[in-house]
Design a protein around this ligand. Structure first.
Ligand code: BES
Ligand code: ZN
Ligand code: ZN
Length: 489
């Protein structure tokens, strides 16, 4: 679907050529393209300003039937995200026009403020992600994705960056997979069902897969995870995915919160809080899709994905506020609020992962708190880690991928707020403030000496409104981030 090509525009017959144009500077070396831009800029409504778009047909000098000119704005302001937005938007225009293939003219890297691979990666990423349509539940499929997206570069560049194209394709496929899982309604992704879906796809890329069922979880004493699942008729599952390149020296473990629906349990959420809670397994989706992506990218380290899957429901068999349960670690937890369920399933998954795999680094990803959305809005994830190097690496990956992350504090004295009179710890803070921090501090009590980070993605996991390269619903946030991070650690 994605390809780098070098063709002569004067000779090659293409359906649609796309040319990104800057308002103030020339960004193409090709004389033919420069000539086409000159012609386009003669038209009043197109000046190359950010968001400008004009389509011209049968232009002299090229064999393309249609040329789409798309404005990038001022060159100084163009960054990788600007390029993703450009290509995503162009692909969306192409889809609306029912195009089957497009050829995008890459700007010459020498004329941009970015390195060549960065330019190529960003344009391909935006195009590939913008080409995703979620219409599984529609009888009439009104829009069709573009079949072939080519990036026009010179012959040397095409040869040099072939591997980059397959990397971008793998990472985008992973992101789209996570989006689909997140957007799927809860009635079609009950814990055991989602576990099977994950394991089927993971098996196809030769990951080692394990599912622990309810009986095995009971035998294994996953008391905290089971307490969350107790209110639901749908049984829990714990999925383990392993990528092992053989002689690896390092093991990285990712743990993803997989609450397939979060009603709040006995502390039932109000109507407004319930509507989006099918997305409460976005951490699980991101971790599973990252593992599937890793199997394709083949990093030189062992990568483990641990995915606790439960449904949080109120019923006669549900855990109650005030209950005290025994977690996998042996520590007892007082349930102050059944809606703080994410941390309960995570601590068992984290303790199990550390005991079984002794990873060098463990990172959990979770739609954990509304408080994190209050703090950072719905586009930025919160990062919590006592380890400066690990937190920095995550923030750097966030910058590179534009899956933005902001480091938050883990103040020791706030641990007071999650002390219990009766049990070892409480899942609910005694203060209404700083909820994202106290949730992270709760998790920190179960990681021991293992370098650990927690990424709260409650905001960016889903979008109410679509953007340039993502529709509304699950965003697949985390897959690009964790894939980049895997190489950094
Ligand atoms: N799943 C929610 C957090 C959430 C909120 C995710 C908004 C996505 C969007 C989580 O389980 C939850 O309910 N957290 C409570 C914790 C509270 C009871 C301590 C919250 O944030 O209000
Ligand atoms: Zn909850
Ligand atoms: Zn939740």
């Amino acid at each position: 679907m994605l390809q780098l090509t070098s063709v002569d525009l004067k000779k090659e017959k293409t359906d649609t050529l796309v040319i990104p144009v800057c308002e103030d500077k020339t960004i193409h070396e090709d004389k033919t393209i420069q000539f086409l831009i000159k012609t386009a800029k003669k038209i009043e409504e197109f000046k190359g300003k950010k968001g400008d778009e004009i389509i011209l047909y049968d232009m002299t000098g090229v064999k393309a039937g249609r040329v789409i000119f798309s404005g990038l704005g001022k060159l100084d302001k163009v960054d990788a995200e600007g390029l993703r937005i450009f290509s995503g938007k162009t692909v969306k225009t192409g889809i609306k026009k029912e195009l089957t293939d497009i050829l995008i003219a890459a700007p010459a890297s020498g004329k941009m403020k970015m390195e060549e691979p960065e330019v190529i990666e960003a344009i391909l990423e935006g195009a590939c992600l913008g080409n995703h349509i979620f219409d599984k539940y529609k009888k009439e499929k009104k829009l069709k994705p573009i079949k072939k997206i080519c990036l026009l570069v010179n012959a040397d560049t095409a040869k040099k960056h072939r591997k980059l194209v397959s990397r971008v394709a793998a990472v985008c496929e992973g992101t789209i997979l996570a989006r689909e899982w997140v957007t799927t309604p809860s009635n079609d992704k009950k814990p055991e069902q989602l576990a099977r879906s994950i394991v089927t796809l993971a098996g196809k890329v030769k990951l080692k897969t394990t599912i622990l069922n309810e009986k095995q979880l009971k035998a294994g004493k996953f008391g905290s995870l089971l307490a969350v699942s107790a209110g639901s008729q749908n049984k829990p599952a714990l999925v383990i995915l392993e990528y092992n390149p053989g002689n690896a020296k390092k093991t990285i473990a990712f743990v993803g919160k997989g609450v397939t629906f979060d009603s709040g349990g006995i502390n039932l959420k109000p109507t407004s809080g319930l509507s989006d809670m099918k997305i409460d397994m976005s951490g699980a989706a991101a971790v599973a899709a990252t593992l599937i992506t890793a199997a394709k990218l083949k990093p030189g380290k062992k990568v483990i994905g641990v995915i606790p899957l439960v449904e949080n429901m109120p019923s006669g068999s549900a855990a109650r506020p005030g209950d005290i349960i025994k977690s996998y670690s042996g520590k007892t937890v007082e349930i102050g609020n059944t809606d703080a369920e994410g941390r309960l399933i995570l601590i068992d998954a984290i303790s199990y992962t550390i005991r079984k795999y002794k990873p060098h680094t463990i990172i959990d990803m979770a739609t954990l708190t509304g408080a994190c959305v209050v703090a950072l809005g719905d586009k930025i994830a919160g990062v919590f880690s006592p380890d400066d190097k690990l937190a920095d690496a995550i923030v750097k990956s966030g910058k590179k991928t534009h899956e933005r992350c902001w480091r938050m504090p883990l103040p020791d004295d706030y641990k007071e707020l999650i002390k219990s009179d009766l049990a070892d710890i409480k899942n609910m803070s005694s203060s209404r403030w700083g909820g994202a921090i106290t949730a992270a501090l709760f998790l920190s009590d179960f990681v021991g000496d293992t370098p650990w980070a927690h990424i709260d993605i409650a905001g960016p996991a889903a979008a109410a409104k679509g953007g340039a390269y993502c529709g509304s619903g699950g965003t697949g946030f985390g897959v690009r981030l964790l894939s980049d991070l895997t190489d950094r650690l």
